[in-house]
Design a protein around this ligand. Structure first.
Ligand code: ZN
Length: 290
């Protein structure tokens, strides 16, 4: 076997077989999915602990195939992948000591949990991307705009790139096609700009007043507001996705998910891991009733 990934699979398979018997060996060797193989390897290298009682969960209470870890002490089953990928939400956090870039305020009016999207590591890259992209798109937008203005019989500023080709004005149909063609590129450019501004001064904030919750994601007062009731909240978790992209770099995207009666509310992908953990912990502490 030249493929190192396959070799690793074999090693993980052997370990599981030693611990869990022949059936596991069969399942592993039939390579039913690398996803839970990773979970399995992680489960063996790190003993999962119960998020409720912090007790270690022994291997006989772990079912890798079904992705279940059972805590006898709490009489609770957990998703094994949640425990091993370090994405469980710890609600036993100290809200009086929020990490840098997060806040937790409680007063008579209610509770506010917040975190900034500020990221000095992401901002320069996003700035470069949006300047480059929008700079190129801008030239085409000005050509389309200039042609449109001329068709409307208006004068265009002298510094506009000329919409004329061979001294003739671009036909109206051509101008329309150019606008339609440009629209998605302009949208992407605006999204890049938004991401850059968000990495400087964006924030995610949850306001809880009585049983009403408002989740805000945006910049200043501009942004998205999602409303829900505390009664509808079932659970709060962190969803962590890791994959390897086509260039072989390992990528990660994580978000907080509030499971409600209707549909899950996902947010917080712009936050750093530390801020996300604190935010999710506060939300769980505030909203998940036991
Ligand atoms: Zn437990």
């Amino acid at each position: 076997m030249a493929d190192p990934a396959l070799n690793e699979t074999r090693i993980a398979g052997t370990k599981i077989a030693l611990l869990q018997g022949r059936t596991m060996e069969f399942i592993v060797n039939s390579s039913l999915g690398t996803q839970w193989l990773e979970n399995a390897a992680a489960a063996l290298s790190v003993t999962p602990t119960c998020p409720r009682c912090k007790g270690a969960i022994p291997s006989e209470d772990i079912n890798v195939a079904n992705n279940v870890a059972f805590c006898r002490h709490c009489d609770l089953s957990h998703r094994l992948s949640d425990l091993t990928s370090g994405t469980t939400v710890d609600e036993d956090i100290d809200t009086s000591r929020p990490p840098d870039g997060t806040w937790f305020q409680r007063n008579a009016a209610g509770t506010v949990i917040g975190a900034t999207h500020r990221s000095l590591s992401r901002a320069p890259g996003l700035l470069f991307l949006s300047v480059f992209w929008n700079g190129v798109i801008c030239v085409f937008v000005l050509i389309a705009l200039g042609s449109t203005l001329k068709h409307l019989g208006l004068s265009i500023p002298h510094w506009f790139p000329s919409p004329n080709t061979d001294g003739k004005l671009m036909p109206l149909g051509m101008t329309l096609i150019l606008w339609i063609f440009l629209t998605p590129f302009v949208a992407i450019g605006l999204a890049m700009l938004g991401a850059f501004l968000s990495s400087l001064m964006g924030r995610t904030e949850l306001q809880v007043q009585g049983n009403q919750c408002v989740l805000f994601t945006g910049i200043g007062s501009l942004g998205r507001r999602q409303r829900f009731s505390t009664f509808d909240v079932k659970d709060v978790r962190i969803e962590d996705k890791r994959w390897v992209d086509r260039n072989g770099r390992s990528r990660q995207s994580a978000q907080i998910v509030i499971d409600t009666k209707d549909k899950p509310i996902s947010f917080g992908s712009m936050l750093t891991n530390e801020r996300r953990r604190f935010f999710a912990g506060c939300v769980k502490k505030e909203l998940v009733r036991r």
